[in-house]
Design a binder for this molecule. Sequence first.
Ligand code: FHN
Length: 582
Amino acid sequence: MNERAKWFIGDRFGMFIHWGLYSGAEGIWKGEKVRYNNDYAEWIQYRNQIEKSEYLELSKRFDWENIDPEKWVLLAKKAGMKYITITAKHHDGFALWNSESNDYNIYNYSNPKRDIIKELSLACKKHGMKLGFYYSHWTDWEHPFSWDNSKEIYWLDKENYNIYWQEKVIPQMKELLSNYGEISLIWFDMWLHHQETIVSKEQLFQLKNLIREMQPNCLINSRLGLSIDEDKDVDFRTLGDNQLGKYKYEYPWQTPATVAHSWGYNKNENEWKSTTSILRSLIGNVSLNGNLMLNIGPTSNGSVPYEIEKRFDEIGNWLSYYGKSVYNAGAFDLRNDLHDWGLTTYKKSKNGKKYVFLNIFDNQPGDIIKFTGITESPIKIKLLSKNSKIDLKFNFNTAVTSIKIPKKLPNPYVNVVEMEFNEKPKVDLNLVAKTKNGGYALNYSNAMTKKGKSIINTSKRFGSIPFNIEVKDSLILKWKVFVEKPSCYSIDTSYNFQKKITNGYLSLEVNNEEFKHKLEYSGKTVGEPNQDWMIDRFDSFRLGQIKFDSPGFYFIELKIKTNPQNPIQWQWLWLDEVVDKI
Ligand code: FHN
């Protein structure tokens, strides 16, 4: 990680602002909605084929007297956001500042004349908010030699494209980097690698070097068009729009996200994400070392839809009590999907203490929450709440900490339990945690070792064909669990096998006992009522029952043996506690 990106991974939560001439169209042009299913209203000029002169007429719909960028800053503050990125120039090529190098800017089309970037930068300074600029470098629908909605047809040569680059991109970037104080980040938006576009590596380096020269602390995102592998100097990776993290990256990264679908204000928007789901997305990213930058699309009078304000208010309120598990926090060493009650974040605090946060998504987790994988006892465990921290009773047993929680949890969205340690706690990375339903769900992803060849089949046909592992010869998977007390478990497995005669088998070894199962034909099923698509059935088969006489660590090893003529698609093993057997 580049040193200058340190603040970024501490802040974790930022505001994105998409605002420009398109905000005046509100996603509708001459009575027709924006022509594209993603409903990105900021694309209306391109999608609905609007001439520049007509597009400029939109400026007359703005309530220039009342637009106040300081309100956006105050909203960001209230929501607990630590930085703002505004579309200084989006793909339409229209600059939101008084650009000396290009007339197509807000100063010339507002009344009274406005320089929104200047006003926003002053408001950010006043309220201690970091400021970043979105700048569309690759596409610009205004400049005759940039990439717009005709160049794939009529083409554009590199020389002409360079005219656009040198007379618009570079001078405008110089203005943004000189006239608005300290800029925390420049957010480029080329979602393709430069080799797939007209932009050259040299042009990108010219741009990047300019930023490094003029504002050495300013961060640059990966949508500049250079991959991080190609150039480690790019400060953070930008995932796809609304694409949440799946993997733990050590490199800083961020998801740009919307509260509904469109980035620019779209009047027809009606599917708003809930506060709970936004908080889960934020925590999910933090639990994998990532950031979330959540968008507002203000209207042509500068206001923000009520649906956004309301959620931002609720999120900010939540962060004011539980922000400890988000700000300056990051991924813990264990797998982020280990527990089914929620996600874990980790923080080394300034006082030297180490905290593991249990972000509980489940709103009915029962009386006891179990944390598997930490192999030493916490010093204290507390439930964070609005007014105070509540000490929780807990019991630590080798690799499982059982925490007694109140029947009624204080927060309607996400509750947070804080475990305190003097040092970063030791963990066992191989363990599979018990589910809330009292069993161990063992699958390909959580196996500690895998031997043999297999093909990963992701789920298909809307998930009615589940994720599975195809084996044509043999595969050995091994898991490790911690059993807390003497207990008995039934064992089931699920697979699809389409042969009736076979020598193929599964054999399972647990606690020195072996269970052998001859593969059985699992049959067919119909994917959807009243439709005719037939799919292979994934059926579950009982393998037997296993008794653990004493608490401890146990290994479970599954061997799948078949041959290329008789492939099996294996799905899972399920060990379910049989309560009345002990
Ligand atoms: O085309 C843009 C879109 O309008 C919006 O600005 C988003 C934000 O991430 N970026 C592009 C698409 O990925």
